[in-house]
Design a binder for this molecule. Structure first.
Ligand SMILES: *[C@@H]1O[C@H](CO)[C@@H](O)[C@H](O)[C@H]1NC(C)=O
Ligand SMILES: *[C@@H]1O[C@H](CO)[C@@H](O)[C@H](O)[C@H]1NC(C)=O
Ligand SMILES: *[C@@H]1O[C@H](CO)[C@@H](O)[C@H](O)[C@H]1NC(C)=O
Length: 301
């Protein structure tokens, strides 16, 4: 009996002691927090809700998502000089179509092998009629179906348009499972050559030029060189990070009043990230998205 009373008393003391310690700790903590310099550069953390993605994206240091350091040219290259600028900067001032095809791929190309997805949608004609572009930049070209379609439209409308096709022309790992007829020489898929052959086959070499490097690196370079697009189509990597990177970079080289648009807003592929990237970009920049067939279109702000 006495033993039990002692036990209970000890327990009561322990509990009281715990309260006192807790009180002291709380007080000390409160004191520390209060005495923290009020000029702290860190904004107070909200206990009720985490910052939204748009708030985060709008922080000045986050908006430049890729820490792009490229300084864009102050003066844009005149439309009539765009082709020559690319030839000079990328192709040692010689047309890549000169002496095409080279001996090692001769006989390995199909005379014409064009395959695309949504490449003939009405969106192309709608936008080309509206914008009357002198420079079109295509991000993601593959075999050139939509580039050739756009070149055809601009010619029919009597526009003098140069189309730059940005693509590394590697396809994607395993793409030859579906395109066995695209040859490979020592691991080098002949996608660039087949694309060029397609352009040759329709006699559009004067208006369609490949820029065969990764999309990010070319978009940054175009900015640096002062090459801006009146119409820019984004249709390269469909995962969120690729689409987000391409859209952010493409937007920097969109001529004021130009139109940025892209493929796969409403197809199964959109789920991989295109739609999320487009929606987030539009929210961050307060832009409106409209849909035209399978394409999203970002009209001038
Ligand atoms: C670039 O062009 C010049 C002049 O046509 C030529 O002499 C030179 O060999 C070319 N360089 C390369 C790397 O092809
Ligand atoms: C260009 O468009 C016309 C009219 O739609 C069509 O008949 C022709 O086949 C097209 N040419 C190419 C190379 O796509
Ligand atoms: C190819 O196009 C050029 C103009 O770009 C034209 O002068 C030439 O006649 C065309 N060739 C053929 C075979 O259609």
């Amino acid at each position: 009996m006495i033993k039990e009373q002692r036990k209970a008393k000890a327990k009561a003391i322990a509990v009281k002691l715990a309260y006192v310690i807790l009180l002291l700790l709380t007080y000390t903590l409160g004191y520390l927090v209060a005495s923290y310099p009020s000029s702290s550069p860190y904004p107070p953390l909200s206990h009720t809700s985490a910052p939204s993605i748009v708030q985060l994206a709008n922080l000045p240091n986050q908006l430049d998502h890729f820490r792009v350091t490229t300084h864009c040219a102050d003066r844009p290259v005149q439309p009539g000089l765009v082709r020559q600028t690319i030839l000079d900067r990328v192709f040692n001032s010689t047309s890549p179509y000169q002496d095409f095809p080279p001996p090692h791929v001769r006989g390995r190309l199909r005379p014409k092998r064009i395959k695309g997805w949504g490449s003939n949608g009405a969106v192309f004609e709608n936008l080309i009629r509206k914008v009357k572009p002198r420079t079109i930049i295509e991000v993601g070209t593959f075999l050139g179906a939509s580039a050739i379609h756009m070149a055809n439209l601009t010619r029919q409308l009597g526009l003098q348009t140069q189309i730059l096709c940005i693509d590394d022309f590697r396809g994607w790992p395993g793409f030859r499972d579906r395109f066995r007829d695209i040859s490979m020489v020592n691991g080098d898929v002949l996608l660039l050559h087949q694309f060029m052959q397609n352009v040759v086959s329709v006699n559009f070499t004067d208006s369609v030029l490949p820029v065969p490097f990764s999309t990010g690196s070319v978009l940054d370079k175009l900015c640096e060189w002062g090459i801006f697009g009146d119409l820019i189509e984004v249709d390269a990597g469909h995962d969120f990070n690729s689409a987000w990177s391409d859209i952010n970079r493409a937007y920097r080289i969109l001529r004021p009043g130009g139109v940025l648009f892209g493929h796969d807003y409403f197809t199964a592929a959109a789920d991989r990230g295109v739609k999320r990237a487009v929606t987030l970009f539009a929210r961050v920049h307060n832009l409106k998205i409209r849909i035209d067939g399978q394409h999203w279109v970002m009209d001038p702000a």
